[in-house]
Design a protein around this ligand. Structure first.
Ligand code: ADP
Ligand code: MG
Length: 158
């Protein structure tokens, strides 16, 4: 698998990437969002959610304390936004109903290293955001898994 690296010079570029990804994500896909605090994981997830819901002003708070937050897209497509930084263990995922919630959903997961191995939907995109030169630039590194690798490549070629 060949990683795709893209420099995001500012927040708008990150939001553009989110809107692009929203177009190619399908039910059952999981996007693992990694990188440190303030990297832009929530910003990217918010742009994906707003695009799928079809509301550019939708409030999408960080699910820091709720851990998982479901949304319903305009075509009935479910999206689940998770931030597992404060997850106490795999049992808490069961309590939250994470598996049921994500079964037919697009799952956007911050701190995916907290997920137990082979948990939940299949990994579709492994996406990391790292600081670059300057305050606002980020380096995004994407690796598409399974069918999404191909979808990502075809969409990039358009
Ligand atoms: P995380 O969820 O990774 O902790 P957030 O998305 O909550 O990060 O916060 C990212 C912060 O960095 C926001 O305050 C945002 O305005 C700022 N920012 C600056 N440049 C960028 C960029 N290129 N992409 C995303 N966020 C950026
Ligand atoms: Mg966050």
């Amino acid at each position: 698998r060949i990683p795709w690296e893209i420099v995001l010079p500012d927040e708008t570029a990150t939001e553009d990437l989110g809107r692009f990804l929203a177009e190619i994500l399908r039910p059952g896909d999981l996007v693992a969002l990694s990188g440190g605090l303030g990297g832009g994981k929530t910003t990217l997830a918010r742009a994906i959610i707003r695009e799928i819901v079809g509301d550019p002003d939708l409030e999408v708070p960080s699910p820091t304390f709720t851990l998982v937050q479901p949304y319903e897209g305009r075509s009935g497509q479910a999206v689940v936004h998770a931030d597992l930084y404060r997850l106490r263990g795999p049992d808490e995922l069961v309590e939250l109903g994470f598996d049921e919630m994500t079964e037919r959903a697009i799952a956007l997961v911050e701190w995916p290293d907290r997920l137990p191995p082979r948990h939940g939907p299949t990994l579709a995109i492994d996406l990391s955001l790292k600081p670059e030169f300057g305050d606002d630039a980020r380096l995004a590194r994407l690796i598409g898994g399974g069918g999404l690798g191909g979808r990502l490549m075809r969409a990039r070629a358009l």
